[in-house]
Design a protein around this ligand. Sequence first.
Ligand SMILES: [Zn+2]
Length: 140
Amino acid sequence: MDVQTELEIVLNKLQIRYGRGKELHVEWKPCTKKKSESLGKTMELRGEVNKENRMIYIYDRDYEEAVHTLVHEFFEYVFDLHLISPYVTLYNQMQKAMEQSFMENEYYNKEAIIEIFTELEIKKMKENKEVKKNEKPTKN
Ligand SMILES: [Zn+2]
């Protein structure tokens, strides 16, 4: 099975398990890594969600990295939509305060919190053998 199909299966499992983000689709675009600016640092963009067309784009070439990025982007989408939006003012105030207090400490940003959920999910998927060990990309 190719990576695109594997990613679709993982997304489907997440949608069923959490009952959210059912409107999302995933597209593997391994040749289009982009840069992003975050907190004044340039980072490699591994994936992103386009909220207009409900697409998750994954830029990682490596199968396991692509799965990781998909789980991360799924959680980020669900958090933004269902948890953060209703509390956006509070969240912004909190984030501002945290950024001022913990500028140097990456643990205290949203990305780091999402990563904790992502790692737990990947661990669970590996235990359930829902994701495979690494394989060579079959597209591009
Ligand atoms: Zn993120």
